[in-house]
Write a protein that binds this ligand. Structure first.
Ligand code: HEC
Ligand code: HEC
Ligand code: HEC
Length: 127
């Protein structure tokens, strides 16, 4: 026979443990902790407005890759009329020259590990 009481207590303890980071942050007033990002550039604008690039740079990179691989090198025209080569290393990492302090910093905070660097070379300056 299972002891329903013990199971429930066990579940509650488990829930407390896995949600610890959430209520710990709330309790300690650190709930608004944000990763410390270094843009790595003096430029003022990204290839898309800030909130848009923050939310959807993955889709943009996918589109760039598909366009380049299927149709050859292409230029990307931004919302404010600038043009950039569609390239992960030559464009994104030229401005965001400190990959570790920017891409990696946010990704480890968000728990994401893009596999891009298995193939794409990280430019020297950014290591
Ligand atoms: C011309 C330089 C430049 C290029 C090229 C560039 N960025 Fe940016 N990026 C910036 C700047 C400047 C900001 C900060 C914008 C702001 O504060 O309004 C930024 C912001 C961002 C942010 C949001 C950061 C935050 O605080 O939320 C992300 C994510 C990002 N860029 C990713 C990329 C990716 C991915 C690429 C390539 C597809 C790229 N950037 C290309 C200059 C650049
Ligand atoms: C402000 C935070 C932030 C910054 C800065 C940032 N990313 Fe991201 N990135 C994320 C988040 C969050 C996800 C996961 C989003 C999702 O899965 O919908 C992600 C996902 C990705 C993915 C897709 C990964 C996958 O496996 O599907 C790629 C590729 C990527 N980021 C590239 C970059 C590059 C390159 C830079 C630096 C130029 C960068 N990101 C900077 C927050 C950030
Ligand atoms: C298995 C190896 C491999 C992986 C993993 C990989 N790529 Fe690529 N990628 C390539 C190859 C090969 C090309 C074509 C090379 C070229 O034409 O310059 C390419 C081209 C691209 C391009 C256009 C050309 C350029 O200079 O950037 C983008 C953008 C791109 N990939 C983004 C990504 C992103 C984002 C990720 C991670 C989510 C990723 N790739 C993961 C192999 C890979």
């Amino acid at each position: 026979m299972y002891d329903a009481g013990k199971v429930i207590v066990g579940l509650l303890v488990f829930l407390c443990l896995i949600t610890f980071p959430v209520w710990y942050n709330v309790g300690s007033g650190k709930g608004d902790f944000k990763p410390d990002l270094q843009l790595g550039t003096q430029e003022k604008e990204c290839v898309a407005p800030k909130l848009q690039i923050r939310a959807s740079h993955m889709q943009l990179l996918d589109t760039w890759r598909d366009t380049v691989v299927r149709e050859g090198p292409r230029l990307y025209r931004t919302w404010n009329g600038k043009t950039f080569e569609m390239s992960l290393t030559k464009t994104c990492l030229r401005c965001h020259s400190k990959k570790e302090k920017f891409c990696d910093e946010c990704h480890s905070y968000a728990g994401v590990e893009p596999n891009c660097w298995n193939c794409h070379v990280i430019p020297k300056e950014t290591q």
